[in-house]
Write a protein that binds this ligand. Sequence first.
Ligand SMILES: *[C@@H]1O[C@H](CO)[C@@H](O)[C@H](O)[C@H]1NC(C)=O
Ligand SMILES: *[C@@H]1O[C@H](CO)[C@@H](O)[C@H](O)[C@H]1NC(C)=O
Ligand SMILES: *[C@@H]1O[C@H](CO)[C@@H](O)[C@H](O)[C@H]1NC(C)=O
Length: 444
Amino acid sequence: MARCSGRLLCICLLPCVMVGHLIVYIMVSICITISYSPPLLPVRFVAPGTSSNSGTLASHPLNPFWKLGLEEGALWNQLQRFLDRQHNPILRGNRTWVKLPDAEDGRVREGDAGEAPADCRPDNRWASRLQDFNTLPEQMRDFVLSMHCRDYPLLTDQPGICGGEGQGAEAPVLLLAIKSETGNFENRQAIRQTWGQSGWVQGEAGGRGGLVRTVFLLGKQDPSAGLYPDLEALLELEKSQHQDILQWDFRDSFYNLTLKDVLFWRWFSLRCPRALFVFKGDDDIFLRTRSLLDFLHQQGDESGDPGQNSTERTRDLFVGEVIANAGPNRQPSTKYYIPESFYKGTYPAYAGGGGVVYSGDLALRLGRVSRRVHLFPIDDVYLGMCLHRLGISPSHHPGFLTFDLPASDREKPCAYRSVILVHKRSPKEMLRLWSELQTVPPPC
Ligand SMILES: *[C@@H]1O[C@H](CO)[C@@H](O)[C@H](O)[C@H]1NC(C)=O
Ligand SMILES: *[C@@H]1O[C@H](CO)[C@@H](O)[C@H](O)[C@H]1NC(C)=O
Ligand SMILES: *[C@@H]1O[C@H](CO)[C@@H](O)[C@H](O)[C@H]1NC(C)=O
């Protein structure tokens, strides 16, 4: 009986005991909460990673938060980063910020990549930065030795070709700037007689047409290609006869073609800034100039914002055969070889150098921005780099055939119906095509 009542007592008391525990727990929790006060923090917060714990100085990071090291990267990339930094609008305010922490030998220093010095003689300050300099092909070595300079004197100017400064002078709608070299007399003459005729040119389908002017861009004969016959006197005769040659005092080699763009832009801003469009191309192409004029007028009339006038609509026009996602050629035996120690990365979208057309306004902007882009040995890639800096993408046009038509179509006039430019054509072929394409060719 007693055992039974003890068990009953246990069963009756258990809930009371549990409620009692709960009440004690709640009381204790309330007491702790009431009595809690947060620990006092020091007034100045000290960030981790700093040594400033004196308590009187505000803390500051020990190293700059942007990256200053230029150790990695190929030579061109280093020089370009340097130019970028010099023209950075945030850093530009105080040039001393740009100083590198330790400018010991083997690194790029401030001022090295800046404006070209007055002295344009070959200089081997960069050669030592390229471990494989001595094994590079000769043209690459020559480029590295002279890439600090882009200010070569103009030997022959044509100040009046765009009508000069005069009030009534009419600026050309289209300026053809053709890269040529001294020996190519025949190409230049064929161009003058065919697609490069200076003067008023009618659009193809009875279109509006416009004033066209042609200039040829020349350097000096290239002695590194071996002995050559002296053609200077003949060239002088040609200059006085036609007055369409611009010549600068630099060696006319493949890796120096970029200089022609840079120097042409400078000339353009002085002598021809009101031209509406510039076509830049080689002297071994065939251009359907009349068809190009139609295309340009059409761009001014139709494309873009209807609230703008034609000049505004074509402000950013840059058209050619666009090559995207290309990278440097690493085969030392090829013409376009770029060693890894010189350039790393891919190329921006660019247009094949056989021929491109862009607005006069863009030519002026390209000239300015090119000061901030380090010279690169391949001219069409360089043009793509400058465009990229301006935030403009080149537009592709299927009529720009810098890699020519399929071989089976080259003889058929009808295949040229939608073509604006083909590469490449000899002087004789230019004359024949010109006579065949006097009228719009029929569809095939
Ligand atoms: C540029 O910065 C340096 C170091 O920070 C300073 O000594 C110099 O006075 C500054 N120059 C100007 C023009 O602000
Ligand atoms: C470019 O021209 C300059 C001046 O004539 C010359 O010193 C340099 O060697 C040339 N560069 C190349 C790659 O031919
Ligand atoms: C087009 O508009 C711009 C600015 O709005 C002006 O400067 C330019 O003269 C105009 N061009 C023509 C051909 O009307």
